[in-house]
Design a protein around this ligand. Structure first.
Ligand code: C2E
Ligand code: CA
Ligand code: CA
Ligand code: CA
Length: 283
């Protein structure tokens, strides 16, 4: 039986550790970046019409000297809170844009994209974010439309629509992450300049569960979001696909979304991408 107090204490001390490591802003955080404690894993996003690789999502990883691998779910919120998210976000953006320019292979769609997660905190400074984007595009020579930014909705999402347009002026594309879980006001889907939505993976993981009411509700939600996104002209990415039956269900809906999930590939360490691209996708 789990001892809740011990668990809570362990979590608390992990959080403190991370807080200390991240809070040592400069030069230690720079050093952590330079010492390659941080790295990026890339997960392919598959086009459902021909199973080509349409793009990759960049997912940050941290190999902490004392703690080992720490998930971004743990350290990103802390980085946001103590104000180092701009620095980490800039590092990811520059590295991802450079990396993608090195990749070749027959299963890559022409113009395949790189999708970078951007924190709402970064969006609060649209001029800085636009600078970061423009610099990353310039130094990598990546065509702007091949850079996609993913962001999760927050309660303050629609307060200042101009911010979105300032970022959009760089030429990159915007994707609404975890769609269906947040504060979802459907009105901003067409009032804000989104190009795509990513259906939250909870809808997919609820398919084929024992609880038939849950399963059936998620089927209905998926159908509704498929038709909504196509009606308003947004590309749809379905994430969290882990099993053949889930894929089969999605296929039968007769839309052409993009697919992402462990069924196709786990996120891949950067140095393993060339190998991955030299062998056909195994489905
Ligand atoms: P997210 O953006 O929703 O990313 C999807 C998460 O689902 C990733 O977890 C990915 O590894 C995982 N995943 C992919 N396929 C499957 C699947 O088939 N089944 C299941 N169960 N999970 C799958 P990860 O890498 O641990 O990232 C967690 C979150 O951390 C991300 O959620 C994102 O919000 C945040 N994050 C990651 N990298 C960055 C970054 O560079 N910047 C910012 N601001 N946030 C990041
Ligand atoms: Ca994402
Ligand atoms: Ca997501
Ligand atoms: Ca998320």
């Amino acid at each position: 039986e789990p001892h809740m107090l011990e668990l809570a204490q362990a979590a608390h001390s992990l959080e403190n550790d991370l807080r200390v490591s991240l809070a040592t802003h400069t030069p230690e955080l720079h050093q952590a970046i330079n010492n390659e404690q941080f790295s990026i894993h890339y997960q392919p996003i598959i086009s459902s019409s021909n199973y080509a690789i349409a793009g990759f999502e960049a997912l940050i990883r941290w190999n902490h000297p004392q703690r080992g691998w720490v998930s971004p779910g743990q350290f990103i919120p802390i980085a946001e809170e103590i104000g180092v998210i701009d620095m980490l976000g800039t590092w990811v953006m520059r590295k991802a844009c450079k990396d993608i320019m090195q990749w070749h292979g027959p299963q890559l769609a022409e113009d395949f994209f790189i999708s970078v997660n951007v924190s709402a905190k970064q969006f609060k400074k649209p001029a800085l974010l636009a600078d970061t984007i423009n610099n990353a595009l310039e130094e990598s020579r990546l065509a702007p439309h091949r850079l996609h930014l993913e962001m999760t909705e927050t309660s303050t999402f629609n307060e200042i629509p101009e911010k979105f347009f300032a970022v959009k002026e760089t030429g990159c594309k915007l994707s609404l992450d975890d769609f269906g879980t947040g504060y979802s006001s459907l009105t901003y889907l067409h009032s804000l300049p989104f190009d795509s939505v990513k259906l939250d993976k909870s809808f997919i993981s609820d398919l084929y569960v024992r609880d038939e009411a849950r399963w059936s509700l998620s089927e209905k939600m998926i159908r509704a979001i498929f038709s909504l996104s196509s009606a308003i002209g947004l590309e749809l990415i379905v994430e969290g696909i882990e099993t053949q039956p889930q894929l089969h269900f999605l296929h039968k809906l007769g839309c052409n979304p993009m697919y992402q999930g462990y069924l196709f590939s786990r996120p891949i360490p950067t140095d393993q991408i060339p190998d991955f691209l030299s062998t056909p996708l195994h489905l």
